[in-house]
Design a protein. Sequence first.
Length: 209
Amino acid sequence: MKMNPHFWDKVAVKYAAQPVSNPDAYEQTLERVASYLKPADRVLELGCGTGSTALKLAPHAGSILATDFSAGMIAQAQVKAGSDTVRFLQADTFSPALKDGSFDVVMGFNLFHLVEDVDAAMVRVHDLLKPGGLFISKSPCLAERSLGLKFGLLKRLIPLMQWVGKAPFVRFETIAELDARIIRAGFEIVETGNYPIRPPNHFVVARRV
């Protein structure tokens, strides 16, 4: 999973201090995710950032292993740690510490549009799941036309921001392209939604087949 941990290490403290940009969409996402989790589920979160989502979902699962490839992000998550059922680990999708067929649910929120070799990453997610396990993700689809003025301008600025080291790799993809990518990786899509609708942050629940 080709990404640059140094960028995220540098922004970790600032990232941890930022409020959720759209609380209503975030709460709606949490509600939908929680509805799929069971008390005995062993859950893996990839790209957990500073750990807030894993901690909020902890009461709904048996255990959550929350991982991020950035040491800075994991350090911030450890400060928040407050659940016996959540463990934080510095690891990426292909880490040997993560064993194939070990998880009932794999989650990744606001992650896969930042991954260069995203097809390989999704195949790895498929392998990490038990048969019939669920892949739950949410990804900004920045190739859609319904971005709005603010995000449309930001999209145009991203290449310049990347050139000066102020932005990471970002994939521009439509909702249809993302859904097709998930299906190609060996999943059956169970549910989709957009939280928020504009700019579309596409929520997908998919089952390993």
